[in-house]
Design a binder for this molecule. Sequence first.
Ligand code: NAD
Length: 484
Amino acid sequence: MQTKDTLYIGGDWVAPATTQTIEVISPTTEEVIARVPEATEGDVDRAVAAAKEALAGPYPQLSPAERAEYLRKLSLAIQARSQEIADLITAEMGSPASWALMGQVFSSTMALDGWADLTETFPFEEIRPGAIGPVLVRKEPVGVTAGIIPWNVPLFIVALKLGAALAAGAPMILKPSPETPVDGYILGEILDEIGLPKGMVSILPAGREVGEYLVRHPGVDKVGFTGSTAAGRKVGAICGEMLKRCTLELGGKSAAIILEDADLAATLPLLMPNSLMNNGEACIAQTRILAPRSRYGEVVDAVAEAVKGQTVGDPADPSVAIGPLVAERQRDRVLGYIDKGRSEGAKLAVGGGRPAGLEKGWFVEPTLFVDVDNGMTIAQEEIFGPVLSILPYDDPADAVRIANDSDYGLSGSVWTTDVEAGIDVARRVRTGTYGINQFGTLDLRNPFGGFKASGVGRELGPEGLSAYLETKSIVLPGDYTPPS
Ligand code: NAD
């Protein structure tokens, strides 16, 4: 049982404004495993004040190389505590240990390393030819930023947002989810250890009301939000009204298209962990598997076999593939979708309930529906659990049509022995990231984000960095020559 009594505000460990607390309940044992202060509005006010002060210096005035150095130190310090952090996230939200070290921690440090490299090469200042004379185009920190973090990959989402903010020179107030507040304490200790200038980061675990207070705060210039599409719409509306800069990374319902020529033996070992990663609690999970009608039975048999082979149990056990869902309400929500799938006429091929022998914990059996029509609720809505559907298609154009027949457009993949045919499909699917025969559909140095209801804007890569920068054009005298 971990108990904390301070909050990390502006680089100091301080007493919270109130005595409210958050209890973290283990999704595996259903027991309370940690208690931390719940940040409230007074804490947000203090964090914003500290961030505003930090924006005046010294960090934002550091050279890009100096900022990159902090990012490298952050990455290394996280690596040094990688197993501890992975174990903690497994305990908080049930991420399987077999995946957490890479998926939760090293993915984060790889993203930070990418931000460090980009900071060193990005053109923060350049002189461009103008209509009359030269123009100095400067990229300046966007201002005080807020990073709203979901519980499914808490450190990774911090790495995407905080990495961009620190690369840009912008202070950030992080608001972790109440389900996963404890890993933020390790992050605070690491930020102390690397000597990040005071005020640059605050970490305020809290629920949605305090999140919304932070989003609305007049001292916050930019919001980086990751979470559900429903909450994203709300955050986006507030930002629109207040003319705040805003990046929204939202839900997904991604389609994996298995082309007729695919080698199933090579495909499934990569596709299955992609579809079921993190217990299916992944925004980029490939949950709609599209199979050519000519090979439908063969794909169904192979996927069913693979889904049946997923071991369910204590996520701390490295031999387990699927752990519990984050919370009881999430378990009930996923079971509700399974009922809906049945009642709308999809055929249950594997799973469909709570696994036998696991009395405690919010487990759901890895579940496969076949003969799914893309109009069904289970094919349209994000389930966020270990539930997959296989849908038949007639030809590649039909597969693209089905893939695109979705409110979402976050990710997708195609599986084929003909890479050019795969690229052709990739060009036609309306999503932000796409993989060809790839386990991962997200590259840590290139833009990531959604089309349609999957989001607005991009994280990672130069596009992601630009989202944390304002652009200033300084029109120079016509005869200006830069000092040598
Ligand atoms: P959620 O929307 O319930 O909460 C996400 C975060 O937003 C939490 O910190 C929550 O407290 C906060 N929040 C909720 N409502 C808010 C509001 N009105 N104002 C300010 N803050 C608010 O989502 P969740 O259940 O924590 O996470 C799962 C969702 O996140 C899924 O839909 C998943 O697809 C999505 N997600 C998207 C990405 C991506 O990069 N696109 C990555 C991970 C997760």
